[in-house]
Design a protein around this ligand. Structure first.
Ligand SMILES: O=C(O)CCC(=O)C(=O)O
Ligand SMILES: [Fe+2]
Length: 282
């Protein structure tokens, strides 16, 4: 069939329109990337300057245990603000709402019994933290390759659980924006009773909490769904907090006559659970 000049002209025009659309999409993507970099770069700069380059993890052991470590102010206030900016502005479509009210975003890939599936690299604002954890001597042997971002509104919590066998048994939790108590229990019996804790740790914003060994392999950890955290200044009851002296609680709050401090959960808390998932070949 002969193609008329008119048809050719119309085909050329159509092709030009298509090219123009492709070009516009490319420009839009470039703009998005540039905008993203504008959000990310202040965190990368601030973290590079302020991050501690070398840690002797033994200095941060929580008294009476060799299974938990607490590094207050692992990141600076400035870095925290820039990181929160990345977290709240980027990857909005990744939030996954849990039934308990907690929301989460997952980075690094899906965790399968044989390692990571659909592995993806961490965004640069998490990768720089993973790199620091490895370089500074905090994270043993490996560089973390997986991050779970949890968002807790006041009243949210996380049911007692074990992180399971797919992860290397060494967990770093970076807390942002607000503090909370993470508890450890030996069994799931009487779970809803606010007692029989094996340990309780107050995780302040900007702190890095680490747990490993029996706390990881055998015990359960969780966060009570509550509108406040109760801390005892005495050591002999269910409200004691194992890392109390490593925190600013005593300088910030006044205990009542019963020796208890009630810390209201007012702000949203964000936490990064930073771990390493070994692959099948290892
Ligand atoms: O948010 C936290 O501090 C704990 C999170 C946690 O246990 C987890 O992601 O497995
Ligand atoms: Fe966990």
């Amino acid at each position: 069939m002969a193609i008329s000049l008119k048809n050719i002209k119309s085909l050329v025009k159509k092709k030009q329109q298509q090219n123009q659309i492709v070009e516009e999409v490319k420009q839009e993507e470039l703009k998005t990337t540039l905008n993203q970099q504008e959000i990310i770069q202040p965190f990368l700069d601030s973290f590079s300057i302020n991050a501690v380059k070398q840690f002797d993890i033994e200095d941060f052991k929580v008294k009476g245990t060799d299974q938990a470590y607490y590094i207050k102010n692992y990141i600076s206030i400035e870095s925290e603000q820039h990181l929160l900016n990345c977290i709240t502005k980027l990857d909005q479509d990744r939030w996954f709402e849990m039934k308990s009210g907690r929301a989460l975003k997952r980075y690094g890939g899906e965790v399968g019994s044989n390692g990571l599936l659909n592995q993806e690299s961490l965004p640069s604002y998490f990768e720089i933290i993973a790199q620091n954890l490895s370089d500074s001597g905090i994270f043993p042997e490996y560089k973390p390759n997986h991050v779970l971002l949890n968002k807790y509104r006041p009243g949210d919590g996380i049911f007692a659980h074990k992180d399971g066998p797919s992860y290397f048994p060494f967990v770093c939790i970076l807390s942002l924006n607000s503090g909370i108590i993470l508890y450890v229990k030996e069994t799931l019996e009487g779970l809803n009773e606010r007692k029989n804790y094996r340990a309780r740790f107050y995780l302040e914003p900007r702190s890095l909490f680490i747990f490993t060994q029996t706390h990881y392999d055998t015990h359960f950890h969780g966060i009570d769904e509550d509108l406040e955290d109760v801390v005892s200044i005495k050591n002999d009851n269910d409200f004691k907090v194992d890392n109390l002296e490593m925190t600013d609680i005593l300088q910030t709050y006044q205990a009542g006559e019963d020796g208890l401090i009630h810390i209201p959960r007012v702000e949203e808390r964000l936490s990064l659970t930073i771990r390493y998932v070994p692959s099948l070949q290892e």
